[in-house]
Design a protein around this ligand. Structure first.
Ligand code: ZN
Ligand code: ZN
Ligand code: ZN
Ligand code: ZN
Ligand code: ZN
Length: 308
């Protein structure tokens, strides 16, 4: 079972709303590994070309660190850092620089915590600070990026287009957001649009759009206009759109038509049926991976499911 879309990241950026490329369980691990490796390469090059900075090194005064003679298991590109190797809480080895790079890479990918690159065990931020010899400046930056990544994961959060502060949407029926900070600074109500992230125009409250040109819900446009797909493994199916909103979290997910009809949502990890839009386990009670669903193809979605 699975869908594999081979577009690379650059192509995904062309679509304003994240049409997430999804993969089914059987290929997931392999693809994640391949993707990880290419991200590793990209990032390592970036770090190298930033260059000039001296490598961080443990000196013998480092207290409460378990040193090891083994290889640096977080030096993914074999840069060959010269520092002594130390063991993290999970037992895998790092050098301060390889650990700094690895954690920075996780932040760049939207992480809100840090895990071992070998065994996926979670490391505490305190441990990372200590073992990566983070400077005060790096510590502040890591904390800010963790905060930002966390805020980005909440679909009710928006960043004010004027002052970049975080504003939380409290009314799901109203796109008009007031920024408290700007309202104080400008000595008037400063409001912006949750959808197009421009200063609010026109009457409020409104749930569909503001009066700015081009303020549309891109996700709904995509759901309405995406082409239909043909499933290669499922016979006798027509009229199934190639993009669906995940029934569990609302994220847009694209199916290539290859492989089976079930797909795992990259946002919430729930596996659902692309045809009938039921959770896979539900759908599979009355059909199988390559059979049409008992309830047929669900019509095009005209609203986005809200995260449950
Ligand atoms: Zn580990
Ligand atoms: Zn503001
Ligand atoms: Zn707008
Ligand atoms: Zn989902
Ligand atoms: Zn189904």
């Amino acid at each position: 079972m699975c869908d594999a879309d081979d577009d690379d990241d650059d192509d995904d950026d062309d679509v304003c709303v994240s049409v997430c490329v999804s993969v089914c369980l059987c290929l997931l691990r392999l693809k994640v590994k391949v993707k990880q490796l290419s991200l590793n390469l990209k990032m390592e090059c970036k770090l190298r070309t930033q260059g000039g900075e001296a490598e961080k090194i443990y000196n013998s005064k480092e207290i409460l660190v378990d040193f090891t003679d083994g290889e640096d298991e977080h030096d993914f590109l074999c840069v060959g850092y010269s520092s002594r190797r130390a063991l993290m809480s999970c037992g895998h080895s790092v050098t301060p620089q390889s650990l700094t790079n690895w954690c920075q890479r996780q932040l760049d990918q939207g992480s809100i915590s840090f895990v071992c690159g070998v065994c996926d065990a979670e490391w505490s931020f305190e441990d990372v600070c200590k073992m990566a010899l983070l400077s005060d400046e790096e510590k502040d930056r890591f904390e800010q990026e963790m905060f930002r990544n966390k805020a980005d994961k909440d679909p009710n959060n928006a960043w004010c287009p004027s002052c970049s502060s975080l504003v939380i949407r409290t009314d799901p029926e109203n796109l008009c957001m007031k920024c408290p900070r700007c309202s104080v600074e400008k000595e008037r109500d400063y409001t912006f649009c949750f959808q197009c992230l421009r200063e609010w125009k026109g009457p409020a409250p409104r749930s569909d759009r503001c009066d700015n040109d081009g303020c549309v819900n891109q996700a709904l446009v995509i759901l309405k206009t995406c082409p239909n797909i043909e499933f290669s493994y499922v016979r006798d199916v027509s009229n199934c759109p190639s993009v669906r909103a995940c029934p569990s979290c609302g994220l847009l997910v694209q199916h290539s038509g290859k492989q089976c009809k079930n797909i795992m949502c990259p946002g919430c990890r729930v596996e659902f049926c692309f045809m009938c839009l039921k959770i896979s386990t539900e759908c599979l009670k009355t059909s199988d991976y390559s059979m049409p669903c008992s309830s047929g193809v669900a019509p095009r979605q005209t609203s986005l499911p809200v995260r449950r």
